[in-house]
Write a protein that binds this ligand. Sequence first.
Ligand code: C2E
Ligand code: MG
Ligand code: MG
Ligand code: MG
Length: 279
Amino acid sequence: CEALSKPLPARELKAILTKYRSMFDCSPDALRTALQNQEFFLKLQPKLALRERVISGFEALLRWNHPQFGEILPNKFIPEFEKHNLFKLLSDYVVEHSCISVKKIDASGCVPIQTSVNISAGDLSDLELANRLKRICSSNFVDPRQITLEITETVAMADPVTAMDNLTRLRLAGFKLSLDDFGTGFSSLAFLRNMPFNEIKIDMLFVREALRSKSDQTIIKAINSLGKAFNMSVVAEGCEDAETLDLLEKLECDFAQGFHISRPLTVDDAIEFLHSHSN
Ligand code: C2E
Ligand code: MG
Ligand code: MG
Ligand code: MG
């Protein structure tokens, strides 16, 4: 019919695509097959040291290069892995691929830098976690001290006793630990004091409006003093412009991440970025 022969407006096309993307197959078999076929890959987002203004590391962020629907963001598929209890497979995959990119970055002649890896909710209840991750690092010839594991506040709070046990084992194995999305979950100050984190990441909720919001600035400043008192470095997430970057430095954040510094990059682009931003 005539309507079908006309090209669809971009907005409608986008809506249809979004609808299909939310319908992709997330059965356990489909997820396993996609992992086996290496359809997942990592993008690396640079992390900037504010005082020195040098790139001090990358955060590995997972993407699904779906054969039908193209690049899919993690919020769409990570909950599916968790729902089907496949998070171990996923985290092993992510740590292994992070090790591969660490080796590639080191081999490119850059100074060795830190790579941060997000691990899943369920991981923290597996007491074999530290051994599992240590084994993956050693079979890829990567020192665990080059890897920072990011854990969200909510995840670490679900079972604090087991979490504490696991976090201690991870530290003993050499991994660094980062408390992700801080300030929006339910952790108490006692929790922060007792857990062996090396780093706190301020949730972007407080960063994105910081220029206009005095109360967000107060919160950022308070988290920075907590970080100093507990000997943890502080990273601000979601820095989207130069003015915010200057403000974060003034408020004494140690590090910043965000689209203003760089969007997440492919491993090759990340290496190029690193070379062009090192003095
Ligand atoms: P996250 O760990 O808090 O990662 C930060 C998210 O913010 C990333 O989204 C990143 O692309 C985005 N972002 C960075 N800078 C900016 C900015 O300036 N503005 C805005 N609006 N956004 C910014 P992404 O890649 O979609 O990841 C979303 C979440 O998915 C991550 O939040 C993390 O919790 C989870 N995730 C990502 N990769 C993995 C993984 O390999 N394993 C697990 N378990 N979770 C992962
Ligand atoms: Mg993270
Ligand atoms: Mg975060
Ligand atoms: Mg997040």
